[in-house]
Structure formats: structure tokens, C-alpha cells
Design a protein around this ligand. Structure first.
Ligand SMILES: Cc1ncc(COP(=O)(O)O)c(C=O)c1O
Length: 446
């Protein structure tokens, strides 16, 4: 008889589902206390692919897309590829009926290799090069979102046939979030402010060019937005701007893209943008704003990224060492860190962490999960509760790491980037292999 059998109350977690607000929809713990995602024990993935590894639950990704399509009927949903993009992920999004937003020739190439129709691709970026614009035009991307007047000149120089474009503007809406992800205010690098005549001058230049077809306006007010009313306010300001363009230039724009930024919870109790509420706000705001301006209702487009890919992802780490500093914190060092998850050092992001390989025993302790990199700020999670019997070799799973992890990974300290492994129906499939030292040396010309 084990100690656990004698003292069942000592922290044994009943098998079952994990909080679906944070963990992938298929996540559960089995009889042995192992966490499973997509029907695959995470220990098996760690054994086969080693650690750190990004695990992506295909079912979770697809279910989030379907939820969007059910909630936002009549709204075009374009998946923000910057949050997570591999050819398979692009294919899932396209199969579920979404377009894809890309920000570089690299993202464009991956989306195309995933079989996304170019007409369903929206090209973004605040510093597109003439080469990137030429490539976008060559493959026939459906929409190019222009961010500055010089881009209009570049695009005019490379376009050979009718090219639909939108102009990105800032409606001056402050989401009061982290400055790095607050993009709807005027004093930041994206878009053209609606104050003064900047946006109007850009519209005039596009309209003056015979094959650039100005179809609409775009804005992205920021990320981790929990209040749907902010999108309502954006719609009011954007429709007013579209009515201004009609008054000045006699053109009726037919498309309004209000970007993404829909919040998801990363820790228990964290807030999420309510999609049903968002649908109501969009309907009401469009009705009111179009009635007030006597403006025909445009097609509305949204660009969620993390709300589709974030919860599908779990990152696996192996515990390397545990150290309690006298009078200080207990540090659990793992074999990854800010090279596979820069969001903690960038935005002070918080995460939920669980022991993934066994039942915990006994009491809990409050720890900091520290990374392996040469910076004191290299942390994955602070003040998380983990079993007191945690030891080197244990496997940890960090939830909500599908978005902006693989896509933001670096080679800091010449650490190789982790693989991306998709799970579904009890099977694991490597989507992106682990980077090797040979990959790193291949770029070094000596
Ligand atoms: C233009 C644009 N659209 C969509 C997104 C997606 O944001 P999120 O992943 O927070 O939904 C971003 C994020 O930076 C963006 O810049």
C-alpha cells in the first residue's frame, strides 16, 4: 500500500477535466495523475519530442473558430496568423472558413503553403518593404492594409492589376492595457490618426491612383480587450470617418475591419471577451452609426488571434533544479524560458502551471518558475502553487501558450527553438521540428 492509498486526502487530484476557460477543451488528468491533451498523455509527448515542447490541441483550435462563426453571424472572421502560424494551422483556419491576416512575406508564404486562397489573405504591417508589397501583389492577396503614405507610393509602383486596399487609422480609443499592446491611440506607431487630415490625405492619394481600389478602413485598438463597448465606440468613430470620406471624395467604402484583440483568461478568474455580447454590440453600433450618418452598412471584419489559438497551446518543461533562497523565494528552474516565452518579460504576463506527470503528494508550496537564460527577469510564472514534493525530472505544463509563443520565440543564449506538436484523437503529430545546433551554425558564415 502506498502512502497515497493510506492518506487519500493528501493532495490526490481526482481524474477529470481541467478548467476549460484556461486549458485546452480536451485536457484532463488520467488515473495515474498524468495530464492528457487531445487524448495523448503529455508524458508521452515529452518522452518522444523532449522538452521544452509546444503542444497544440487541434480540437480546441477548431472549436474556438466554430464558436466565433456561430456567435458572429454575418461578420467576416480573419485569423491573426501572427499569434500562431504553421502550414497546418493555416490549413485548419482555412478549412474552418476563415481568412488569414499576415504581416510579412514569411507569414504570407506559410499561409500559402498551408493552402489558404490568396483572396482570403489580408496583408498588414507598419513597415512593408516594396519587395513585400510586390510579393503580395504577385500572389494576389485579397486585401492590403496601408499604414503610411510611403506604402501607397510603393504599392502604386508595383501593382499591375486592381488591388483592393484598406487604410489603417487610429480611432483614439484607449483600452487602458499594457502600453505595448495599446494600438488604438494616436501617439503610437500604427496607422494614421483620425485627428486632422492625415487619414484623409492618405485616402485622397489612394483614390487618385487608377488601380488601387480603396474598399475600407481598418483599426486595431489593442489586445486583451475585455470590454465589448470599446469596439462599439470604434465602430461609431470609423463609420463617421467613412462618412467623411464619402462627403469629401464621393466614394462609399464597403468594408470596416475592426481588428482583433479579444481577451482570454490566462489564470483562474481572468476575464474573457464575451463573444455573444460582442455580437450584440457590433449589431447595435453598426445600426446606430449607419443610421446617424445615413451610411450603407459595410461588411464587418474581425481579426482575432489569441482568442482562437491561445488556449489550444500548452508548453511542456522539465524541472531542472529547485532552490529556496534564504528569506526569499523558492525558484523552480526549467529547461526553457524567455526564448520560448518572452511575454512575461515583455508584458508581465501571468500563467497557470500544473504538474503533468503524476499525482501530487501532500502540501503545496508557492514557487517562481524560472527560465534557463542569463537574465534575472527570465521567469515563466511567479507565485504559483505547486506540490511541495516537486523534484528535478518532474514535468510541468504551462497553459494558454498557443498564441505569441512559437511565433515570438528567439535563439537567446543560442538555445534551439522548441518543436510544435499537434494532438488530436489520441495521436501526436510534429508540425514544426525542434531547431538544432546545426540550424544555428548553418546561418553563421564564420
Ligand atoms: C492588426 C492586428 N489584427 C489582429 C491582431 C490580433 O490580436 P489578438 O491576438 O490579441 O487577437 C493584432 C495583434 O497584434 C493586430 O495587430
Amino acid at each position: 500500500m502506498t502512502l497515497l492509498d493510506m492518506l487519500p486526502s493528501m493532495g490526490r487530484v481526482a481524474p477529470g477535466r481541467l478548467d476549460p476557460a484556461i486549458w485546452p477543451v480536451t485536457a484532463h488528468s488520467d488515473e495515474e495523475g498524468r495530464l492528457c491533451v487531445g487524448g495523448v498523455p503529455l508524458t508521452d509527448i515529452a518522452d518522444e519530442f523532449h522538452t521544452p515542447t509546444y503542444v497544440i490541441d487541434e480540437t480546441d483550435f477548431r472549436q474556438r473558430v466554430r464558436r466565433y462563426r456561430r456567435a458572429l453571424r454575418g461578420v467576416e472572421v480573419v485569423y491573426a496568423g501572427k499569434s500562431l502560424l504553421t502550414t497546418a494551422v493555416a490549413r485548419w483556419a482555412a478549412e474552418e472558413g476563415l481568412g488569414i491576416d499576415v504581416c510579412s512575406s514569411g507569414e504570407l508564404a506559410v499561409a500559402m503553403a498551408g493552402g489558404v486562397r490568396p483572396s482570403r489573405i489580408v496583408m498588414h504591417g507598419n513597415a512593408k518593404s516594396p519587395e513585400e508589397l510586390r510579393e503580395a501583389v504577385r500572389v494576389g492577396v485579397g486585401r492590403i492594409v496601408l499604414d503610411s503614405c510611403i506604402e501607397i507610393a510603393y504599392l502604386a509602383g508595383v501593382a499591375r492589376q486592381r488591388q483592393p486596399v484598406l487604410i489603417r487609422v487610429t480611432p483614439d480609443i484607449d483600452i487602458h492595457g499594457h502600453r505595448a499592446i495599446t494600438t488604438g491611440i494616436s501617439d503610437q506607431k500604427f496607422g494614421l490618426t483620425l485627428h486632422g487630415d492625415r487619414a484623409d490625405v492618405a485616402a485622397q492619394r489612394v483614390l487618385a491612383h487608377p488601380i488601387l481600389d480603396l474598399v475600407g478602413l481598418h483599426c486595431h485598438i489593442g489586445s486583451q480587450v475585455t470590454d465589448p463597448a470599446l469596439y462599439g465606440e470604434a465602430i461609431h468613430r470609423m463609420i463617421a470617418a467613412m462618412a467623411d470620406i464619402r462627403a469629401r471624395h464621393g466614394v462609399i467604402l464597403t468594408e470596416l475591419n475592426i481588428g482583433g484583440g479579444h481577451a482570454i483568461p490566462y489564470i483562474p478568474g481572468g476575464r474573457e471577451l464575451d463573444l455573444d455580447e460582442l455580437a450584440r454590440v457590433i449589431e447595435d453600433a453598426l445600426d446606430e452609426a449607419c443610421a446617424a450618418e445615413h451610411f450603407p452598412r459595410p461588411t464587418l471584419v474581425v481579426e482575432p488571434g489569441r482568442a482562437i489559438s491561445g488556449r489550444a497551446g500548452v508548453t511542456l518543461y522539465r524541472v531542472c533544479s529547485i532552490k529556496t533562497q534564504p528569506g526569499g523565494r523558492t525558484f523552480v528552474a526549467v529547461d526553457g524560458g524567455m526564448s520560448d516565452n518572452p511575454r512575461v518579460s515583455l508584458y508581465g504576463a501571468q500563467y497557470t502551471v500544473a504538474l503533468a506527470n503524476r499525482h501530487p503528494m501532500g502540501l503545496k508550496q508557492r514557487v517562481t518558475i524560472a527560465g534557463r537564460h542569463c537574465e534575472a527577469g527570465d521567469e515563466i510564472a511567479r507565485d504559483v502553487e505547486l506540490p511541495a514534493d516537486l523534484h528535478p525530472g518532474d514535468l510541468l505544463a504551462v497553459a494558454t501558450t498557443g498564441a505569441y509563443h512559437h511565433s515570438m520565440a528567439s535563439n537567446y543564449n543560442m538555445v534551439c527553438r522548441p518543436p510544435v506538436v499537434a494532438v488530436k484523437g489520441g495521436r501526436a503529430r510534429e508540425l514544426v521540428r525542434r531547431e538544432t545546433i546545426a540550424d544555428l551554425l548553418a546561418r553563421d558564415r564564420g
